[in-house]
Design a protein around this ligand. Structure first.
Ligand SMILES: Nc1ncnc2c1ncn2[C@@H]1O[C@H](COP(=O)(O)OP(=O)(O)O)[C@@H](O)[C@H]1O
Ligand SMILES: O=c1ccn([C@@H]2O[C@H](COP(=O)(O)OP(=O)(O)O)[C@@H](O)[C@H]2O)c(=O)[nH]1
Length: 228
């Protein structure tokens, strides 16, 4: 019987040097899922450190691709923190391409990825890694409770959606399509999720117990229905 496969996308606002205790809790959570027989791929974002470097890159007059490349490296460093915290459960070094991801996956270890290429966010990385590895479910652990009808950080009357279709989603995404932007799901992520019918659950990742709650089918966060 084939083992259940899972893609866990964790915001860089969560996995970063400010939060060693949360990183340790995610490592324990992931190890438990592996011990239960699941195959896990993890994608980690860049968070505030990547945005600090991107701000500096822009101040130096670097172009968006160069700023993105720096954000990519910071996401990879955050990913390496988690991979090392996973010890022998995780594959290292951090894959730097889709080909590397495929090679790492064949090790049967947890594969932890940061950024891949300019012009997208780690949400797109999560989607392309899931598609490449034939993973149909993505847990999207972020710094808000789910998808809202508008940015909850900018609008106090924003309403959380419990279910949203991938086609409706674009109406709620305020896209700053630039290095450090790409809030929530960027256009590339949305296209890949749609074409490969990847089910996505967006939930608050600061509470690591939410991972188990989502896997138990508890209705927390937002379920993105990927296709008809
Ligand atoms: N419609 C929306 N619903 C929820 N969050 C949104 C929405 N529009 C914009 N956002 C913003 O997206 C942020 C999460 O996106 P992002 O920073 O890319 O996440 P991550 O760090 O998980 O990659 C939230 O902090 C929120 O401010
Ligand atoms: O494949 C990738 C992944 C990340 N980034 C850059 O790295 C930054 C940090 O990644 P992300 O925004 O996904 O991290 P978050 O803080 O949202 O978790 C992005 O804004 C992009 O500028 C990129 O260019 N390509």
């Amino acid at each position: 019987m084939s083992r259940e496969k899972l893609l866990l996308k964790i915001s860089g606002k969560i996995v970063n040097p400010d939060n060693p205790e949360i990183i340790a809790r995610y490592a324990d959570t992931i190890k438990k899922l592996v011990d239960e027989g699941k195959r896990i791929a993890v994608v980690v974002g860049g968070g505030r450190y990547s945005r600090a470097y991107i701000k500096c890159a822009k101040a130096l007059g670097l172009n968006n691709a160069q700023a993105d490349m720096i954000g990519i490296e910071i996401a990879r460093v955050n990913a390496l923190l988690l991979a090392y915290a996973l010890g022998d459960y995780a594959y290292t070094p951090i894959p730097r391409s889709v080909e590397d991801v495929q090679r790492a996956w064949s090790s049967n270890k947890v594969v932890v990825v940061g950024g891949l290429q300019p012009g997208q966010s780690t949400a797109a990385v999560a989607a392309v890694v899931a598609e490449t590895l034939g993973i149909g479910k993505m847990l999207y652990a972020t710094d808000v409770d789910g998808v809202y009808d508008k940015d909850p950080k900018r609008f106090s009357n924003a309403k959380k959606l419990s279910v949203v279709s991938i086609d409706e989603l674009v109406n709620f995404m305020s896209q700053r399509y630039e290095a450090g932007g790409y809030e929530l799901l960027d256009p590339i992520a949305i296209q890949i999720i749609r074409r490969s019918c990847i089910e996505v659950i967006v939930f608050n990742g600061f509470e690591t117990s939410n991972v188990e709650k989502v896997l138990r089918g508890e209705s927390i966060g937002t379920k993105i229905v990927p296709c008809k």
